[in-house]
Design a protein around this ligand. Sequence first.
Ligand code: C2E
Ligand code: CA
Ligand code: CA
Length: 746
Amino acid sequence: MRFRPIPLSLFTTFFVAVFLLLLFGLGRLTYLEIEKLNERFRNANQQLGDQEVASALTESLNIIDQKAVQLASWEEVIQQLLQPTYYTYWYRHRAKQNRFTSDYILDLALYDAEGNVLASIDTSLLPDHIQSDQLGLTIKISEYQPFVTVIKPVVNRQTNQLLGYISTLNQLMPIIESHHFSNADPATLNIDIEQSGHLSSEQFKQHLHYRLISMPYSQAIQSELADFLFRLAAITAILTLLIFPLAAWLVSRPIMAITYHINELKQYPYKKFDPVKDAPLLITELDTIRQSLDSYHNQLNQVNTTLDERNQQLQHLTQRDNLTGVLNRSAFDDYWNEISQLTGSKKLQTFLMLFDINHFKALNDSYGHQAGDDVLITIAQLINSMLRGREQLFRLGGDEFATILIGDNHRKAMQLAKQCHLAISNYPFEKLGILEPVRMSIGLAQSSTEDDSNLNTLLWQADVAVHFAKRPGYSNIVSFSAELAQHAQGLFSNRNQSVVFDAIDNGRGLVLFYQPIVNLETGHAEYYEALVRISHEDQLIMPSHIFPLVEARSLELDLDRQVIRKICADLKADKIPAGSGVSINLSAPTIVDSDLTNWLEALIPYTGQYKLLIEVTETALITQLETARKNLNKLRSMGFHIALDDFGSGYSSIRYLGTMPVDVVKFDITLTRLLDEPESNPILDHLAQMINESGHLLVAEGIETRSAATQLRQLGFRYGQGYYFGKPKAQIPAKQDYKHALNFSA
Ligand code: C2E
Ligand code: CA
Ligand code: CA
C-alpha cells in the first residue's frame, strides 16, 4: 500500500490537532481525579458527622435524665409531696426558678403515688395523670421540634417509701446544638416530620438530619485547581494558535525553499549555480540536497555545452553516412569516446538506444535495392525528428541506427523509444511502394555509473535487447537486463562475445578447418575449403555463433583479414598439400572493399604452388554490383579464381551469374537435398546443364551419401563436397584419394 503525499499545511494542522486533543484529554483526566478525591473526603466526613450527631443525642438525653434525677431527690419536691398545701404557689414561684432547673426545661409537674397531679394548673404542658408504666424518658415531635418527657419516682430517703412522681418536659435541640461539632453543622440540624407520638431514641435518630460543615480548604483547593486547569488550557490554546503559524512557517520555509530552488534549476537549464557560495538553505540536510542538485545540474550543463560544441564540429566533418546523411559508425566511436570522458567522472546516466528494422533483408530482396534505400532514408528522418536538440543519430551499418541519451532516467528513455516506434509504425510506407508494414525493434542499454562501461559491452547489451525485441512474446522496445542475458545463451553470452572479439582483434584462438572438395571424376581431393572456428578452452565456437556478432558489429572485414593471415600461416607451415587448392570464404563487405586487392597481396606468393579460389556470396553482388565486379576482375587478373557460393539459397542468382566474373558455382546444400525429391530432379538437371554450358565449373555442397555423389556426377557436377567425403578438420589427412568412396571400378 502506498500513501498519497499530503501538503505541508495539512501535515502541520494534523499535528496541532493531535496536540490539542492530548492537552484536553490530560485536563479532563486531572479533573476526574480531583473529583474522586473529593468524593472520598465527603464520605469520610459524613461518617464522622453521623458519629458526632449520635453521641450528641445520647449525651443530651443523659443530661435531661440526670436533671430529672436531681429534681426527684430535691428537698422541696419531697416537701411538696408530703405536704402539698402550697403546691400551686410553689409551682408558680419555685418549680422553674431554682438551682436545679435549666432553660431547656419547659415545664415540671408533681404527682402523688397514684399518678394524679398535685394540682391541675391551666398553664401546665404536662398531663394531669400518669401511669406508673410511663416511667423513664420519651421523645415526641411537635411542629418539627423534638420534646423529651421524663418521669421519675420520688422516694422518702429515710423510709424508702414511694411518695409520688416528678415529670419534666424538655427542649432537646438547644442541648444537642450546644455540643461541639467538627464535622456536622449544628445550625443545619432539622427534623423531617411535623408531628409524632412517642419515639425511642433510635427512631428519633432516623428523623434527625443535618449537613456537613462545608470544608473550606478542600473547596478552595478544588476551585483553585479548576481555575488553574482552565487557565493552563486557555494559555496553551492561545499559544498553540499563535505558534502554529509561526511553526508552520518555520518548518515549511526551508522546504519551500528547496522546491523553489528545484524550479529555478528547471527554469534556467544553462545557468551556473555555485553549490558553495550561493545562498545556503537554513537546514543542513536540505542544503546538502541543494548542493548536490546544483553540482549535478552544473555537470549536466557542462556536458551539454561540450556536446553542443562537438555537435557543431560534427556538422562540418565528413563523418556522415552517404545514404541517409546521419552520422556514421566512425563518428559514433569518436562521439562515444568523447562522452565517456565527459560523463565518466560525473556519474551521469547514459543510455544507448539501438534501432533495428525488422526483416529488412527480406524487404530489400522483394522490393529492390532502391526501395530499401528509401526505407532507410525515411526511417533516419523519422527518428531524427523525434530526437531532441543535442541528441545525434548514427547509422552503425545496414539497417542499424543508434543514439545516445545523457542525463535522462529510464522512464524518459522509454518514452522517447516509444515515440520513435510510433512514428515509424504510423508512417505510410506505401508511398515508397512497400506494401507491408515496416516495423522497428528498439533495444535500450544503460551504462552503469560504477564501472566505466566500454562501448562494446553496451552495444552488446543493446544487441541482446534488440534480439529479444524481435522475438514473439516480447515488446518491440526492450531494455537490457541481466536476466535477458541469461536467456540469450551461447550467441549472446558475455563470455562468447568477448572471445569472438578477441579472436577478431588479435587472432587469438582463431583456427581454420579444412574440408575436401573432391573431383567426382578422379576421386581426388583437389581443393580444401577453409572454414573458420574459434577455439576457446577446449571448445569450438562455430560460424553460426560467430557471424551474428560479426554482422551486428560490422566486423566482417576484420574477421576476413584475420582468416587471410591465418591461411598464409597455414600455407607457410605446409599444412595444405602442395599442388592442391584452397577455397577461401570472403564476406560481402570485404568483396566491395576498395582495399581488397591490397590486402590479398599477401597470398600472391602462393599462387604458383596452390590454386586459390575465392568464395563469394550473392549478397555482395546484389548490393554493390559495380564495385564487386571491378574487384573480382582484379582478383582474377591477380591469379585467383572466383566461386559463387551458396547458389540456390537466394532468389536472384541466375540474373547476376551472367554478368559476374565467376569461374565456379557452388550449389547450396538445399539444392543437393532436392535429389531426394524425384519430381525436382529434372529441374536440378536443367539448372546444372545450363550453368555447365555457360562455362562454369559446378560444385555440389552437402553430399552426405554415396548415392547423392553418384547422381551428382551423372548430372555433370565436376566437384563434390560434404560429410560423405569428409568433415572439416583441423588437419588435412595424408590420404587424399576418394576413389573407393565413389565406387570406381578402375
Ligand atoms: P559455407 O561456405 O556454405 O560452408 C559450408 C558449410 O556447410 C560449413 O559450415 C560446413 O561445415 C557445412 N557442411 C559441409 N558439408 C556438409 C554436409 O555434408 N552436410 C551439412 N549439413 N553441412 C555441411 P560451417 O563451417 O559452419 O560454416 C558456415 C558458414 O560460415 C559457411 O558456409 C560460410 O558462409 C561461413 N564461413 C565459414 N568460414 C568462413 C570464413 O573464413 N570467412 C567467411 N567470410 N565466412 C566463413
Ligand atoms: Ca563456402
Ligand atoms: Ca556454401
